[in-house]
Write a protein that binds this ligand. Structure first.
Ligand SMILES: CC(=O)N[C@H]1[C@@H](OP(=O)(O)OP(=O)(O)OC[C@H]2O[C@@H](n3ccc(=O)[nH]c3=O)[C@H](O)[C@@H]2O)O[C@H](CO)[C@@H](O)[C@@H]1O[C@H](C)C(=O)N[C@@H](C)C(=O)N[C@H](CCC(=O)O)C(=O)O
Ligand SMILES: Nc1ncnc2c1ncn2[C@@H]1O[C@H](COP(=O)(O)OP(=O)(O)OP(=O)(O)O)[C@@H](O)[C@H]1O
Ligand SMILES: N[C@H](CCC[C@H](N)C(=O)O)C(=O)O
Ligand SMILES: [Mg+2]
Length: 495
């Protein structure tokens, strides 16, 4: 593709050098630039992509996208905002794949991954060919691809969309993080439906305040338009959890048609009579589209919300409620979410991805309700992430668990002891007796200790890492899977 074809997508731009330069790929990381690449110099949080222009040229880049003229002998497309240009040009370069996929995006602090899995199952059972992008992996056409975060940057995202289209995928279901919204990673992406799960404390390191975090999430709904209302296929929808107070703000912001769900408040999809057991969760569903009993294999009241969110998204796709319910009832679980680890033991061991105060409280409440004995909770908090959540999670663990083992969860560049002390300050503020908790920095030792302590009927909850298969310490990813480590610990327990 010629540079000027790409440049024509932007109103404000100027070209220095050859407008007909032949572009054979796009790159925003100089280390990935190739012969013929158009290299985008992005301003970053740690660095500035303009500093890597020379490296990109050395690797054969055909032209640069820059925010200012660089003193380099290469064609340059100068734009006011290189990040915005990347999103818009990547969309064009790959042939506007999101217009074909019309993604269903799921945003919210907790429940995004789970909800995308539920929607995927409903769409697949209805005869579609859905693909998924999110925290655990990207998958479509029977293939699975590893992910390094939740929502890829605009270039990677548009590339995935294009591959999905080429593979015959007909709808994409994706997690949309607040970071992605803030950084314009989904700019240029034409969503059909935006699903909101909930908003509770997390990521204050990045957003600074809950108001700013809410504003970032709100961008998703404010950008959804309904300008093609005459053609039903072109409509857009917002599916909102009305038990979360911010939903009414999002409803006001969006031009899309809204569908509401909830348990406590009146909603178009409303659950009542929720009962949970170790075998699953049941509820009565009353809705604009009919009433029915729903029996999920998924455990936890929070999964009722995820199920309602998925039903809402499915209704926007025109799928009959009874068919969606039948699909949901078949889902045995989502990897690393309330996932039991069984090796024939007389106590339960559950691995879960709760890594926020609300997530931890929800899952602890659930396991407490199910336990015949004590609840032993193993958890930590990520390094280089929201520090404010650490003492809160300590306090929550103190409130719901009978024994707490504080450990490491991806300390990254922080001192694991300091992170544990932040959590401990929350435990102490809850006046927990010293014998009720212990700090064990080595996560394997922490899991082994919890398993050693368990008696028949107890539940060991290992929270925070879920599906993760690594422990990040000082820039190194060490192999670590809570589920495998727990299984080994159960098998090698002394009695
Ligand atoms: C804070 C944040 O979001 N940072 C993202 C950002 O990195 P950055 O701005 O720090 O990049 P930088 O290191 O300053 O580099 C600036 C530019 O120079 C380029 N560069 C850099 C080095 C080099 O040798 N050559 C080169 O060209 C970089 O490619 C980049 O374009 O842009 C990068 C490329 O898009 C992202 O990978 C990176 O995510 C980092 C890894 C991250 O940890 N992000 C987390 C916080 C995140 O986004 N999490 C959410 C999940 C939240 C949830 O689930 O609720 C997510 O969606 O994943
Ligand atoms: N609807 C919900 N409300 C509150 N907590 C939930 C909900 N759904 C799941 N959880 C809890 O949050 C954890 C993470 O769930 P999930 O992975 O689905 O969320 P996520 O939003 O994708 O998280 P991330 O931001 O890390 O991608 C689960 O393991 C569970 O403990
Ligand atoms: N999406 C979340 C995942 C946290 C998972 C936890 N294991 C950690 O590393 O803190 C984040 O990036 O904040
Ligand atoms: Mg997720």
């Amino acid at each position: 593709m010629r540079l000027n074809e790409l440049a024509s997508q932007l109103l404000i731009r100027s070209i220095i050098g050859d407008p007909a330069a032949n572009i054979t790929s796009l790159a925003s990381d100089s280390r990935l630039a190739q012969a013929g690449s158009l290299f985008f110099c992005l301003p970053g949080f740690k660095d500035d992509g303009h500093r890597f222009a020379i490296q990109a040229i050395e690797r054969g880049a055909a032209a640069l996208v820059t925010a200012r003229e660089l003193d380099l002998a290469i064609t340059q497309l100068i734009v006011p905002d290189t990040r915005q240009a990347l999103a818009m040009l990547a969309d064009h370069y790959y042939g506007r794949p999101s217009h074909r996929l019309r993604p269903i995006g799921v945003t919210g602090t907790n429940g995004k991954t789970t909800t995308t899995y539920l929607i995927e199952k409903i769409l697949a059972d209805a005869g579609g060919k859905p693909g998924v992008i999110g925290t655990i992996e990207t998958r479509y056409g029977g293939n699975h691809y590893p992910m390094s975060g939740t929502t890829p940057d605009a270039l990677e995202l548009q590339g995935i969309f294009k591959s999905m289209v080429d593979a015959g995928t007909d709808r994409c279901i994706m997690e949309v993080s607040s970071h992605a919204l803030e950084q314009g990673r989904v700019k240029g992406c034409r969503f059909r439906t935006a699903v909101f799960t909930n908003l509770t404390q997390d990521h204050l390191d990045y957003h600074g305040s809950m108001d700013a975090y809410e504003r970032a999430k709100g961008l998703f709904f404010s950008r959804l338009g309904n300008v093609y209302f005459d053609d039903p296929k072109q409509r857009t929808f917002a599916v909102l959890n009305v038990d979360d107070p911010v939903a009414s703000n999002f409803a006001k912001m969006t031009a899309a048609e809204t569908i509401t769900y909830g348990i406590d408040n009146d909603a178009q999809l409303r659950a009542s009579q929720v009962t949970i057991s170790a075998r699953g969760t049941s509820f009565k569903l009353d809705s604009f589209w009919g009433s029915r009993q729903v029996n999920l294999k998924l455990v936890g009241k929070f999964n009722v919300y995820n199920a309602l969110a998925a039903l809402g998204a499915a209704i926007c796709e025109g799928i009959e409620l009874k068919d969606s319910v039948r699909s949901l009832e078949q889902i045995a679980g989502v990897p690393g979410r309330v996932e039991p680890v069984n090796a024939g033991q007389a106590y339960a061991v559950i691995v879960d991805y709760a890594h926020t105060p609300d997530g931890l409280e929800n899952v602890l409440r659930t396991v407490k309700e199910l336990a015949n004995g004590r609840v032993i909770c193993v958890f930590g908090c990520g390094g280089d992430r929201d520090r404010a959540k650490r003492p809160i999670m300590g306090r929550i663990a103190a409130e719901y668990a009978d024994a707490v083992i504080v450990t490491s969860d991806n300390p990254r560049t922080e001192d694991p002891y300091l992170i544990m002390q932040h959590i401990e300050s929350g435990l102490l503020s809850a006046s927990v007796p010293r014998e009720k908790y212990v700090l064990v920095p080595d996560r394997r030792a922490a899991i082994e200790k919890a398993v050693e302590m368990a008696s028949p009927g107890d539940v060991v909850l290992i929270a925070g890492k879920g599906h993760e298969t690594y422990q990040l310490i000082d820039g190194v990813a060490y192999e670590f899977d809570d589920r495998l480590v727990a299984k080994e610990a159960i098998r090698s327990r002394s009695n």
